[in-house]
Design a protein around this ligand. Structure first.
Ligand code: PHE
Length: 337
């Protein structure tokens, strides 16, 4: 190996060293276990004896030179006197991919349900989550002694007795009927609040969609037809429906609506509690007292109304068994939708 050309190589290499990492690479290249110095030293025993002394001295001189070069460089790097390269962006590096989000499953199902009603001519209307006691109860023919008006069942605002977090979306019936004239076909998605103890099927906040239609000559059969289009649109054409008589203060007659169990198709399973049916909403013909409160003549106008819990619909549709999953922000859950 030619010591002179190694020297030249060293002088060229050291000029390009401007970081500790590069200096370390340089040091190992020449002084490491397999570096140039080690290789030169290893050739000494093979030389004719009379040349060994002189060659050894040259190798030693080279070693000393390297040591001082390294030491010098180390000083200049740590004192920051070396110019850093101007271009610091490596445009050949792959970019950092942005993860794309998507709509929350509850928003998706709200959009899906509203789309079905929009196709049937309904408009989407929203109302405030802080409501008056009148719109949430009195205007809907819910009497003073009704248990749902109790503080155990409703969040009242401190210092504002007449204001509360709405316990259902029905108050938007009162708002919309007051501010518009029939014919009306409206759906209302939104949050509602009830101070329920939290468990797998209850939360203190959830979402509902209200729907109502008011005009001359609206009949119970219109309600049935509209709800059938809705239920088949969400759960599939092969479900059946039934209307069970029920009571709501703001509808008369009232009915709860069931669909045949989407898991067992009506045979009876753990999801439907062996009944073969799943309750999906409350409904009925709007009570004449509600019309009186909004200034409509109940002898002229009739209408139907219905209200459903969105989380419940989503849980049935997707087979989710804990309502809390929607609001825990666990991406493993949310990414599935
Ligand atoms: N507001 C009722 C509830 O929250 C649902 C409902 C709406 C029932 C409209 C009948 C008519 O339980």
């Amino acid at each position: 190996m030619d010591i002179e050309s190694i020297k030249a190589q060293i002088d060229a290499d050291i000029k390009n060293v401007n970081s500790f990492q590069a200096l370390e690479d340089f040091r190992t290249r020449y002084m490491g276990r397999k570096g140039a110095i080690a290789q030169l030293t290893a050739t000494i025993p093979a030389l004719p004896p009379q040349e060994r002394g002189a060659f050894g001295q040259k190798v030693n001189a080279l070693k000393t030179k390297l040591l001082s070069l390294v030491e010098e460089k180390q000083k200049s790097i740590s004192s920051g006197s070396l110019e850093t390269p101007k271009e610091t962006v490596d445009i050949t590096m792959p970019g950092i991919a942005q993860e794309l989000g998507h709509l929350h499953p509850i928003t998706q199902i709200i959009n899906e349900i509203c789309a079905i009603f929009i196709r049937m001519g309904f408009s989407v209307v929203e109302g405030p989550e802080v409501e008056t006691e009148f719109n949430n109860f009195t205007g809907l023919n819910i009497p003073l002694e009704h248990p749902s008006r109790d503080a155990f069942d409703t969040f009242y605002l401190k210092g504002h007795e007449k204001l509360l977090l709405r316990s259902h979306t029905s108050p938007v019936q009162v708002r919309a009927m007051k501010s518009r004239r029939p014919p009306l076909a409206i759906v209302v998605p939104g949050r509602v609040y009830r101070p329920d103890a939290v468990d797998a099927s209850h939360l203190f906040m959830f979402h509902q969609i209200e729907g109502f239609m008011v005009d001359k000559g609206i009949k119970f059969s219109d309600l049935k037809g509209i709800l059938e289009v809705f239920a088949k649109g969400v759960f599939g054409e092969d479900i059946s429906m039934r209307f069970r008589p029920h009571f709501f203060p703001f509808t008369e007659p009232s009915a709860e609506v069931d669909i045949s169990c989407i898991i067992c198709k009506g045979k009876g399973c753990s999801v439907c509690g062996q009944k073969g049916w799943l309750e999906i909403l409350g409904s009925g013909m709007i009570h004449p007292n509600v019309f009186k409160h909004v200034g409509y003549n109940p002898k002229v106008y009739t209408g139907f109304a219905f209200g459903m819990g969105i989380e419940r619909i989503a849980m049935l549709k997707y087979g989710i068994n804990d309502i809390r999953a929607f609001f825990e922000n666990d991406l493993r859950f949310l990414k599935q939708f």
